[in-house]
Design a protein around this ligand. Structure first.
Ligand SMILES: [Zn+2]
Length: 367
């Protein structure tokens, strides 16, 4: 089946040409190079990139890494990015702008190269750190943060938190009082206003995010070495999910792997909870059908969304989209559904759920 996808969680890609070490750095979640003489291409993701992206750049499938990097440089950053992003056939991109830096494409450029609608997702911790960097005092912090968050939320389709990275998901689920927030802000600002890791403030941000009414995305599962994996199991969110069940906005559990079965359970029992298997999808390459099948053991079809979590390389968009389409076909085919029914379910997972949850303009709820 070939169908459009809404990528509900992704990041920008590098603007220029990349050397092989620069390229390989984006093929791994590690923040360090591999052992001497070893390559990040020697992985299921590396194999998938050579297999699926080689032909998009006029190479044979499985082209050698050096030949691949050379061809990429010949086409130039923009040429290679355009080819790969277009080949991914993405209907819309929901871009987490919290990681943006200069060598990366801006969201509107990314959307233009992909031929996709581009929407912004606002990262709570980045807004708080921006507010602190402006010199806001502890007494004003809550009010200034709230005003800034609502201002930025007005141009966005979702809010995102990386509390998994900054503390772990085993946080006190309750909303802190304003006195607690002022006390915590005073400590954080006095300590130099740097990276926000205070658990009281992180909880405050989450509840303020819910107050915007926008869907709340939460990083869960694996990621770069800045996290403690055992503290990113989404089932640690159970009490928070119960606490915000009637607040209104949907909560979207991102990535989830290797805890995608736990996330699927949460999506099964809580009407406001959704999940994706992004990041794992490009990384596990041809194993994607297994991960998708495990997620769908308990997650209803109306609860699973597609994401690439692509960052840095347009290749990650193309690999994620390609292996996800193949996985969806492989998982739905054996169900013995009539073609129209199978198409309807594939449509929900590929675009319909995202269009409904984020209320994206211009896409039918079940197309
Ligand atoms: Zn991400």
């Amino acid at each position: 089946m070939d169908f459009a996808l809404v990528d509900h969680h992704c990041h920008a890609v590098a603007r220029g040409t990349l050397t092989r070490p620069e390229f390989e750095a984006f093929l791994t979640e590690s923040d360090r190079p591999p052992p001497d003489g070893c390559s990040a291409f020697d992985s299921l993701l590396g194999v998938a990139v050579r297999r699926w992206c080689g032909p998009v750049l006029d190479l044979e499938a499985g082209a050698e890494p050096d030949a691949y990097i050379r061809r990429r440089a010949e086409l130039g950053g923009e040429g290679a990015n355009r080819r790969l992003l277009t080949a991914a056939h993405l209907d819309a991109l929901l871009i987490d702008t919290g990681l943006d830096s200069d060598p990366l494409l801006a969201s509107n450029e990314l959307g233009r190269l992909a031929g996709s609608r581009a929407y912004e997702v606002v990262r709570l911790e980045s807004v708080a750190e921006d507010v602190a960097a402006r010199g806001t005092g502890s007494g004003d912090f809550a009010a200034v943060f709230s005003a800034e968050l609502h201002r930025r939320a007005a141009g966005a389709v979702a809010i995102k938190s990386v509390v998994a990275y900054r503390h772990g998901l085993n946080f006190d689920p309750g909303r802190p009082s304003l006195a607690e927030v002022a006390r915590a802000a005073s400590g954080w600002l006095a300590r130099g206003r740097g990276r926000l890791e205070d658990p009281v403030l992180l909880r405050h941000l989450l509840w303020e995010g819910i107050d915007t009414g926008l869907p709340l995305q939460l990083h869960t599962g694996f990621g770069d070495p800045d996290l403690d994996l055992h503290r990113c199991d989404p089932s640690l969110l159970t009490r928070f999910l119960r606490a915000c069940a009637d607040a209104g906005p949907p909560v979207l559990l991102l990535h989830c792997y290797p805890y995608h079965r736990q996330a699927a359970y949460l999506a099964n029992v809580y009407p406001h909870v959704y999940l994706d298997i992004g990041l794992a999808v490009p990384h596990v390459g041809h194993r994607a059908p297994t991960i998708l099948a495990e997620a769908l053991e308990l997650a209803p079809f109306h609860k699973l969304l597609f994401s690439s979590d692509a960052y840095g390389l347009a290749e990650l968009y193309h690999v994620a989209a390609t292996v996800f389409r193949a996985a969806l076909t492989e998982v739905l085919d054996p169900l013995g559904l009539a073609v129209a029914e199978r198409t309807r379910i594939a449509g929900m997972i590929s675009t319909g759920n995202a269009s409904r949850v984020y209320q994206l303009p211009g896409t039918a709820a079940d197309s």
